[in-house]
Design a protein around this ligand. Structure first.
Ligand code: AMP
Length: 224
């Protein structure tokens, strides 16, 4: 099963994505995660991407598009994939569509997590990343997923906050890009929504992201 995942930063799409990855044994491709791994490892890609990420800007398309389209050609994607964080704008959506068609790869589901901008912002500033698995849910502002002291509530790993999650201007910029329906991320989502409306293969699903994590997972699984 091949799935595109949309949701504003802070909507829990990484967490939901990792639950689906386990359930369907598919490749979970997170564009932001790939950049962060490269920054940590000090690669050329990481060096190029860092300043854009810290400022809340998109990494330029000429870097991001080939990186993701190549990733989709790797062997582990043959079992199905889950793409999270890409496409982020309309150009990326068009290039992805072209590339999937050229490869004869179906797109089965497009999932959009709905969440008001103000709620998403509150969630971002409270979230903490576990050193062992970035998708272990930890948020100092949400009772149900509060960390265990300063350790991960799932595995006890060390926690940290992303620099771009603590910078007000960077958060606003990321949300400006996400909620932009003209050529931003929602424009990319709606590009595939229009496509799904005319297709027997692709289905567009929306989820209420303001519910708790388990309810969102249940709604997601019931709709797939
Ligand atoms: P995320 O972990 O999805 O919040 O992504 C973190 C940052 O990585 C974003 O704010 C962008 O700077 C960069 N990034 C992730 N995905 C993309 C993409 N599809 N296009 C351009 N930049 C991206």
């Amino acid at each position: 099963m091949n799935i595109l995942f949309f949701g504003p930063n802070g909507s829990g799409k990484g967490t939901q994505g990792s639950i689906l990855k386990e359930k369907y044994n598919s490749a979970h491709i997170e564009s932001g995660g790939i950049f962060r791994e490269n920054i940590k490892a000090g690669t050329e890609l990481g060096k190029k991407a860092k300043s854009f990420i810290d400022a809340g800007d998109l990494v330029p398309d000429e870097i991001t598009i080939p990186m993701i389209l190549d990733r989709l050609k790797q062997d582990d994607c043959k079992n199905g994939w889950l793409l999270d964080g890409f496409p982020r704008n309309k150009v990326q959506a068009e290039k992805l569509d072209e590339s999937l068609k050229a490869a004869g790869m179906p797109l089965n589901y497009i999932v959009e997590i709905l969440l008001p901008r103000e709620t998403a912002k509150l969630r971002i500033t409270g979230r903490r990343l576990c050193a062992n698995d970035n998708n272990h849910p930890n948020n100092i502002g949400i009772d149900a997923i509060k960390p265990n002291g300063d350790k991960c509530r799932v595995c006890g790993g060390d926690l940290s906050a992303r620099a771009d999650d603590q910078d007000d201007a960077a958060i606003d910029k990321r949300h400006d890009i996400y909620y932009n329906t003209v050529d931003g991320t929602l424009a990319a989502a709606y590009y595939f929504k229009d496509m799904a409306a005319k297709s027997d293969v692709s289905k567009y699903i929306t989820l209420d992201g303001s519910a708790d994590m388990k309810s969102v997972t249940n709604e997601l699984i019931s709709k797939l």
